[in-house]
Design a protein. Structure first.
Length: 430
């Protein structure tokens, strides 16, 4: 509504009189204090400062073979051709064995590793440190070393004795870095079968693996059906799930965004600690489950009486922080993480075939598919699909187990009772 000039002026005059400063008895104006105030947070981030300092002070630790003993090495001193077109002048495959190979050489089990594991699955006299599948192997265990000869190799592209980005290129005298050829799961399986040829083993009793290892186990039976008697696939699948691709992509971006990564050529220079640690923290979230976090940490703060900060405050934040730090303290090479995780994302057994059913039809041997309900990397629906598709493709010996566990993807490392019993029962049933 439009107000006339005189009426508007009177209203403004009245308003100004109401807002006039108060006066004392002598008629002098009294100053009203300004109640506006600012009190911000201290701009101190010791958690970041510590990471930056660590990146400045350390380089990649010595080559794995210079620190850890107890593994053997197979070397092929001729060209190795990769699925995506790359070529290496030679390859090394680091491996360890347990049990005794029988005279017929038909009691061998190949244990395929996950993304960041070495060949050291179990302790032995030459390396007494505990292995990553320590409680699953040994006399009477899931992989019974009184009955079977177990072979575990470090994955091609890794950094625990097998050829990978941190290895020296014999033609240049320098680390491969990101000149290393793009890697595929089929390249990993191919390298393992070169090792079997070297050991004189024509057919294995079983190929066993979890996560990336499960991918290799399945593909081994598809690529070499006459050389694999049975298959165990735990928390894995015939292809990488889109959600898992997204999660691993974010981890790679975090790592590659660290300035110290230097396009993959950081050897002998500043180590990409910050990128490596944060990538591992994201990875740790994907390996476990929300129900476990709720039971284990709830919403507990480390120091509830202190004012919160943007650095780790909740117990779960401190846990993730420590997991990232521990990973950076290991011998694992960031470039191996990038290459192997990308190979997992690229994995799809239907490629080159008209359908997934056609590709899995090559696997005719007894197959155990084991899934975990709380696994976010390989959802339980993907495990069901794998088992059903194997059956539809003509496999008459498919066993499917579903485990209700809090531990998510890492169940295969922790649940000795359920996982171990299922694996043992399968391997000893034929």
């Amino acid at each position: 509504m439009f107000l006339g000039r005189s009426k508007l002026t009177r209203q403004l005059h009245c308003t100004c009189r109401r807002l006039a400063l108060p006066s004392n008895e002598a008629g002098h104006q009294v100053k009203v204090p300004n109640f506006k105030e600012f009190k911000g947070m201290k701009a101190e981030f010791p958690c970041l400062a510590r990471l930056q300092q660590q990146g400045s002070n350390r380089v990649l630790r010595a080559a794995y073979g210079e620190e850890i003993k107890g593994f053997q090495v197979y070397e092929q001193n001729e060209n190795f051709y990769f699925h995506y077109g790359g070529v290496l002048p030679e390859v090394r495959v680091a491996y360890e064995t347990w049990g005794t190979l029988n005279h017929a050489k038909d009691n061998a089990i190949v244990l395929y590793t996950g993304l960041s594991a070495s060949s050291h699955a179990k302790s032995h006299p030459l390396n007494t440190s505990l292995g990553w599948w320590e409680k699953f192997m040994g006399p009477g265990c899931a992989l019974d070393t009184d009955k079977f000869y177990v072979i575990c190799a470090n994955t091609l592209g890794g950094c625990f004795g097998s050829t990978g980005p941190s290895s020296i290129n014999s033609l240049t005298g320098k680390e491969y870095g990101t000149t290393f050829p793009l890697l595929s799961v089929s390249d990993m399986v191919k390298a393992n079968f070169l090792l079997l040829d070297h050991l004189g083993i024509d057919k294995v009793h079983a190929s066993v693996g979890s996560s990336l290892g499960g991918m290799q186990s399945l593909l081994a039976a598809a690529l070499y059906p006459h050389r694999v008697k049975s298959v165990v696939s735990i928390s894995s699948g015939a292809y990488a799930h889109p959600s898992a691709i997204a999660l691993r992509y974010i981890q790679r971006r975090i790592l590659m965004s660290d300035p110290n990564w230097n396009n993959g050529h950081y050897y002998g220079k500043k180590f990409p600690v910050m990128g490596m640690q944060h990538a591992r923290e994201v990875g740790t979230i994907t390996y476990r489950s929300g129900p476990e976090w709720e039971k284990r940490f709830q919403r507990k703060r480390r120091n509830p009486d202190e004012i919160p900060s943007l650095c780790p405050d909740f117990e779960i934040e401190h846990y993730l922080d420590r997991q990232g730090e521990k990973f950076c303290e290991s011998s694992f090479d960031p470039n191996s993480w990038l290459y192997i995780s990308k190979a997992m994302d690229l994995f799809d057994m239907s490629l080159g075939f008209s359908s997934l059913t056609e590709s899995l039809s090559r696997i005719k041997c007894p197959t155990l598919v084991l899934g975990v309900k709380s696994d976010m990397l390989f959802p339980i629906a993907q495990q069901e699909e794998l088992a059903q598709t194997l059956e539809q493709s003509g496999n008459k010996s498919v066993t499917y187990y579903e485990i209700n566990s809090l531990y998510g993807h890492d169940t295969f490392l922790l649940d000795v009772y359920n996982v171990g019993a299922a694996v043992k029962g399968h391997l000893e049933s034929f």
